[in-house]
Design a binder for this molecule. Sequence first.
Ligand code: ADP
Length: 491
Amino acid sequence: MAAPSPSLDAALRVAREFDLPSDQVQRGVDEFLSQMAEGLAKNGTTLSQIPTYVTSVPNGTEKGLYLAVDLGGTNFRVCSINLKGDSTFDLTQNKVAIPRDMMVASSYKQLFKFLATQIEAFLEEHHNEHFEATVRRRRLTGTTDQYRREEIFDLGFTFSFPVHQTSINRGTLIRWTKGFDIPDAVGKDVCLMLQDAINELHLPVRVAALVNDTVGTLMARSYTSPGNTETLLGAIFGTGTNGAYVEKLDKVAKLDVKNDRTIDHTKNQMVINTEWGSFDNHLSVLPNTIYDQQLDAESVNPGIQMFEKRVSGMFLGEILRRAILALTKDSEAKLLQTDGNLIPSDSPLYEIWGIDTSFLSIIEADTTSDLTATKAALFEHFKVSNATTDDAQAIKAIGHAIAKRAARLSGIALAAILLDTKRIDTDETVDIGVDGSLVEFYPKFVDYMREAMREIKGVGEKESKVRIGIAKDGSGVGAALIALVAHKGYA
Ligand code: ADP
């Protein structure tokens, strides 16, 4: 076999910078465990460990009709979910784009009135009989009677902005993100704002739960997972990364658990939203290549979300882009420089965020000997024609290393939660639900995650007891399930 070309040789060297050896994974788990404990004890830590006030998870036997709404960005989604009690459900939904002027309305009342009006339209369209018997009858007869409990829909509200949650259906808005800016909403309770707007329209709907999408993922998986098992952890690996898991209530030291009468103590457990994207912001154990450093320095939030910046879909493509560009400029490696520069000046390779992480999945899946699919993608996405097979192999090697490192880092979070909760020490299957395009579509992401978990003291071969499954639609069925457990807890 011919010796590797300088470009491939250099690329393999760069790829090795993304190796995450076993001892570093072990140190990562040790540190994750310590940051978990610290987050349970006090506020203002790197792992926020946010109490969600959700104190039970479903096992698939739950039944009933619930509403869920999702306000997270460009769309507002209204759904009703019929839980059938056999791990299956029917879901009906309407989705509307949120008009720009609502996102920057002068008063929160405008936005929430718009949302309540969408709920009204949904009920009229999809639950017309109920709508006629409740809302319409009330309006026609002019009655002001309260609705009976059985006439009221419980609703789970997925609200993907930073909130300070104080009970299962109470939480104040900390700040808007993603293009929303309605100053008078900041500091107000988001469930009450929605409930007030619903009450203005006299709809038979109770905002029963405020829902974080990761918690929704955990609940959705717990309901749909095979064999009536209760899921331990819900984890997202999409644009961002985060996880929520079931913790012992008496370990949540920062809550005044004993005296808080709003908390259901029956099972001595509570779902905790880790916010693990900010694990190890101080970089005591996380790897930190020159490409990680450059990405962080040019991001909108330097020094923050350091775990997420090495793990999630938003960032992996950008790490690869930086590594590729460095090798194109390297006078020995000369990546993509055969017969002159192969990268045209208007190529997205020169733009920050120019590589989408789906490109990493494409090249990883390319098993042809001359990497035809990789070359085609280089042309299609980056206007690079005439890339050599060595160029393609070089890029594939680095992309592989970046994604494998991300999966092994993810394994740190999973292993730490298995050890913290001691669930790995029981005889039962431990169920984990995952969601997000990265874990769903990157070939072998789960395999690499599992491989890292097996390398950890206390996990090892027991890793085979862990069942990992995709959990879809946390903001629909997951939110409905949180409304259900909220209702059970307080009825
Ligand atoms: P979100 O997390 O925003 O709800 P997704 O789960 O679809 O949505 O995640 C989107 C992220 O996943 C983006 O950062 C995108 O680059 C990445 N992504 C999309 N498709 C793929 C793929 N086929 N392989 C790997 N990553 C992907």
